[in-house]
Write a protein that binds this ligand. Sequence first.
Ligand SMILES: [Zn+2]
Length: 190
Amino acid sequence: MTVNDGDFVMPGDAIGIIEQYLLGEGTYDDEGDIKSSVLGNVKIDSNMKTISVEASAGAPGLLKIGDSVYGQITNIRNQRVNVKVDRMKDSDRPLALPYMAAINISKAKDGYLNKLTDAFRIGDIIQAKVDKITGDNIDLRTTDPEDGVVKAICTRCRGFMYTTEKENEVQCYKCNRKELREVSINYVNE
Ligand SMILES: [Zn+2]
């Protein structure tokens, strides 16, 4: 794959090989592949031969209802999951600060969901829409087909997972464990 300066990448995305670049901030070496450790934009310094990943510059954005966002699952309870919202989809503007948002079990899936751990696990990257804003509280929903988990993290080994042929099933690249997720149609298989 070819990654260009300014490309938007997710944690685990391969952005180069160690023969090409020195590792900058927001990157790590995975057996010779340079991968992103954060959500952000690729920055290539051709003089220094350094590649890094950082949040893009610009005026901070404010969330409004209906906005598409990316975030990471930080906590799971019976009825709600907490999500650290890192950035808006379709916008280069970074958020002033990460927002702490939540998804209620009734807004996690278009249909019945037995338990929230069948949809999300801690560390997963999700795409979601802003459903409700009450003061500082932001509620998200993942009921649209494009919303849901775009990158799943294995609960056993913390490796990245890929989608299997079964609906809403993902499998770990490293340990082959299978788990359930509310998978977005934009799921990113490496
Ligand atoms: Zn695993």
